[in-house]
Ligand binder design. Structure first.
Ligand code: ZN
Length: 373
């Protein structure tokens, strides 16, 4: 007899306070930020810690955290990084991080210790993927920061310093936990990093649903369907600004779910940004927390609940926590159904029938283009 009770696998929630300390570098009074010294102020970029820290706090306030398995984990290793990033980039990032921080790409400043924090952020995603594949978790959420979906192997951009999801996938593949994977990216910006990394890989389906020509402005087009080595392994779903709840659910059902049924992945990982919410300052879409909850439910119905969420963008400090909470309610099967204080307003602001019909016709065109009828 043991004093531990076997519990069924639950929803794992991976986070680490140090991920909230990532920033462009500054001082905490006389102390240079880094190591054990927490930054005193957020940097000037919209990618700031409070969106994520407030989600972490909200699940405590509502009691949801008691229904989840919360923990941190180890940073990824250099071996993990080398499966996705060239050694020259890893070394350059580490050296600049050790010497006080700086910037290597486009809109990706980091402070002292930024390399270690980014490696920890990728570690959260790696552990989330492993815990689901090994069966210790029913599903898992990684509160990763900095985010990852824009990062190219040798060029960080869009606040992303390491390709968190590909690093996690390749670690799981190296451990022979999985081979065939799908990434569903509903961050409002195009998942250009994931697309680039898996463009030649017929066993990794990369789907990005995003606001057309938002970021990066010159990527995310429908002509990018995978290389000759991997035809059909990449699918972009650009939607016009103003698309809302109904359009997102329609695109999910007719394009994303249809494509997943065709591809039959062993695991679905969501690049889970919340910047398609109507409150977001960096995009012009009209989703609510319920949109994200219902999209989670649609994917879980296809995967027997086995799913990994890797947190990406989302810049509305007050609203991101409610979006994340609703996703976690769905993942865990919690009886909690908290009030979203913005929901009524967002429902009232949904696009009119004319715009919805236009977006629906665009989706119908994509269904034909991708031969998913
Ligand atoms: Zn984004």
């Amino acid at each position: 007899m043991t004093d531990t009770i076997d519990k069924p696998p639950s929803t794992h929630f991976y986070f680490d306070e140090r991920c909230f300390w990532h920033g462009g570098g500054n001082y905490a009074q006389m102390l240079p930020v880094g190591g054990l010294v927490q930054p005193m102020v957020a940097g000037g970029l919209p990618e700031a810690p409070e969106t994520k820290r407030r989600l972490r706090n909200l699940i405590d306030v509502t009691g949801l955290s008691a229904e989840l398995h919360l923990s941190s984990t180890a940073a990824v290793t250099k071996q993990d990084l080398l499966r996705v990033h060239p050694e020259a980039y890893i070394n350059e990032f580490k050296q600049l991080s050790d010497s006080g921080g700086g910037e290597l790409g486009l809109r990706t400043p980091f402070g002292p210790g930024g390399f270690e924090i980014a490696s920890l952020s990728a570690g959260l995603v790696k552990q989330a993927v492993a815990s689901v594949l090994e069966g210790s978790a029913k599903n898992a959420y990684a509160l990763s920061r900095p985010p990852g979906h824009h990062c190219l192997p040798d060029f960080p951009n869009g606040f992303c310093l390491l390709a968190n999801i590909p690093i996690a996938i390749e670690a799981a593949r190296a451990a022979q936990l999985v081979n065939r994977v799908a990434v569903v990216d509903w961050d409002v910006h195009h998942g250009n990093g994931t697309e680039a990394i898996y463009y030649d890989d017929p066993d990794c389906l990369s789907i990005s649903i995003h606001q057309e020509r938002c970021y990066p402005q010159d990527s995310g087009g429908i002509e990018k369907t995978g290389s000759i080595k991997a035809p059909g392994a990449n699918m972009n779903i650009p939607l016009p600004p103003g698309s809302g709840h109904a359009s997102y659910l329609e695109a999910m059902e007719r394009l994303v779910v249809a494509k997943l049924r065709e591809f039959k992945p062993e695991l679905v990982i969501v690049a889970c940004g919340f910047d398609a919410a109507s409150t977001d300052p960096l995009a012009r879409m009209m989703c609510s927390s319920v949109t994200f909850k219902e999209m989670s439910a649609m994917l879980m119905a296809e995967t027997d609940g086995k799913i990994v969420m890797a947190h990406e963008g989302g810049y509305s400090e007050a609203y991101v926590p409610f979006c994340g909470h609703k996703v976690l309610e769905q993942m865990s099967g919690s009886a909690l159904d908290i009030d979203d204080p913005m929901l009524e307003r967002i429902i009232g602001q949904q696009p009119n029938e004319r715009l919805q019909a236009f977006v629906s016709s665009e989706i119908s065109s994509l269904v034909g283009y991708y031969s998913l009828e």
